[in-house]
Design a protein around this ligand. Sequence first.
Ligand SMILES: Nc1ncnc2c1ncn2[C@@H]1O[C@H](COP(=O)(O)OP(=O)(O)OP(=O)(O)O)[C@@H](O)[C@H]1O
Ligand SMILES: O=C(O)C1=C[C@@H](O)[C@@H](O)[C@H](O)C1
Ligand SMILES: [Mg+2]
Length: 172
Amino acid sequence: MKKIVLLGYMGCGKSTIAQNLSKITNIPFLDLDKCIEKKANLSINEIFEKYGEIYFRKLEHEMFVELLQSDENTIIGLGGGTPCYANNHELLQSENVISIYLKASIDTLYNRLIHNKSKRPLIANMNEEEMREFIAKHLFDRSFYYNHAQHKLGVDGRTVEETVNDILEILA
Ligand SMILES: Nc1ncnc2c1ncn2[C@@H]1O[C@H](COP(=O)(O)OP(=O)(O)OP(=O)(O)O)[C@@H](O)[C@H]1O
Ligand SMILES: O=C(O)C1=C[C@@H](O)[C@@H](O)[C@H](O)C1
Ligand SMILES: [Mg+2]
């Protein structure tokens, strides 16, 4: 069964794009962060606070493998860090997977995340200057893993509809 896997940095639009793609294609969408929250019965913030990031990464890997093994066609929106831990980046190239990196610039990410950081524990407590520098360095470190995706789509200046259409072209 095919899995359409969307990946990229926090705020690149994985959840938003996946929801819209799901409506058009009628393929169910599963958000990895939400699946982890449901299984743990805790928010991502609570998992980080109570058990730490390493434990979160373990749950994240297990849930990613579980979602890939289901025998349904699904759209999976990864967490921002998912490809960068365990061997998750290798799973992006599995046979039944179509993986798509939603590639956003530092400016796009900063402008989106500055208004929307409270539910993202890695940046929740940063001021504006710290956040810009953090995103720049972090994106650089993570790009190696994101670039294991089979397809890359630039999302700067693109509307949700345009990006969804770009994905439909990849799937055609
Ligand atoms: N053209 C666009 N495409 C996608 N999202 C957009 C766009 N313009 C604005 N946004 C907004 O960017 C924000 C971040 O998007 P979203 O939460 O989908 O990102 P994410 O990649 O799922 O982040 P996270 O990894 O933290 O879950 C949302 O508030 C969304 O509405
Ligand atoms: O970029 C990251 O490492 C994260 C992104 C979010 O989707 C969550 O998975 C969590 O907040 C960690
Ligand atoms: Mg999301």
